[in-house]
Design a protein around this ligand. Structure first.
Ligand code: HEC
Ligand code: HEC
Length: 203
């Protein structure tokens, strides 16, 4: 009981410190996203060195996309192409583009990549506390959906937290405990779970 009530207090505290979120203008976001589609609207496009598929943004949580774009602007996420792309956007453009990508949920093709999805399922239990059962329903709108994301991108993201090129205190501590095999197995598991994430083709 005492545990439950401290959880309630924590949660109330979290709600009060969450920044106000202004929902974006989807039509304006569609115009703003035109330059993004060369990569994020083209299934199969890969990043080079390291090689991984450009992440699915269609159907991703709107507030998480805002957080991600601001992390490129601040340098918490270091990726020269995306830092250049995000660097030229205003806060309003970020809100609009994020709202637009959120509407582009798709049929959600899923795949396993090179890892062992069954072994990954056991290792992924600890992740559900924040990313939701199967990685498809995060506990806050600011956390990413993992289900159905490209497994090679998920592996890259986890390795980036581990190496520090992507700086997030929560995820660094989780990624630090994972071996390269754990990373590939967990990515195979989440990549194979059904979700609305997609690389949009008709935009
Ligand atoms: C030249 C290809 C390219 C273009 C153009 C591009 N991106 Fe990206 N984007 C990437 C790659 C590669 C990544 C993964 C980078 C990393 O490892 O952090 C990425 C990552 C992202 C992420 C993080 C996704 C996640 O799950 O965390 C967001 C959000 C994003 N891009 C939005 C945009 C927006 C908005 C635009 C247009 C203004 C854009 N991108 C243009 C290649 C591109
Ligand atoms: C305490 C909450 C919490 C737990 C537990 C947690 N995560 Fe996360 N995760 C987050 C947050 C917050 C972010 C966004 C961080 C950022 O902005 O980079 C995130 C981001 C991610 C991303 C990046 C997704 C993308 O689109 O770029 C991956 C991959 C990920 N987590 C995997 C995992 C795995 C695997 C586990 C279990 C081993 C896990 N997470 C456990 C909170 C959590």
């Amino acid at each position: 009981m005492r545990f439950l009530s401290s959880l309630t207090v924590l949660f109330a505290f979290f709600l009060t410190i969450s920044p106000a979120f202004a929902a974006g203008d989807i039509a304006a976001g569609k115009d703003g996203a035109a330059t993004c589609m060369g990569c994020h609207g083209a299934p199969g496009i890969r990043n080079a060195y390291p090689v991984f598929r450009v992440p699915k943004l269609g159907g991703q949580q709107e507030q998480y996309l805002v957080v991600a774009l601001k992390a490129y602007q601040s340098g918490e996420r270091s990726h020269p192409t995306m830092q250049a792309q995000a660097g030229s956007l205003t806060d309003i453009e970020i809100n609009n583009i994020s709202a637009y990508f959120n509407t582009l949920a798709g049929s959600g093709t899923v795949e396993r990549g090179g890892g062992d999805a069954e072994a990954g399922a056991a290792k992924a239990q600890a992740c559900f506390a924040c990313h939701g059962q199967g990685g498809s329903k995060p506990i806050t709108p600011m956390y990413p959906i993992l289900a159905g994301q490209y497994p090679d991108y998920l592996s890259h993201a986890l390795s980036s937290y581990k190496s520090g090129t992507r700086n997030n205190a929560i995820m660094k501590s989780f990624a630090a405990t994972l071996s390269d095999k754990d990373i590939d197995d967990i990515s195979a598991y989440f990549g194979s779970q059904a979700s609305p994430l997609s690389t949009p083709v008709n935009w």
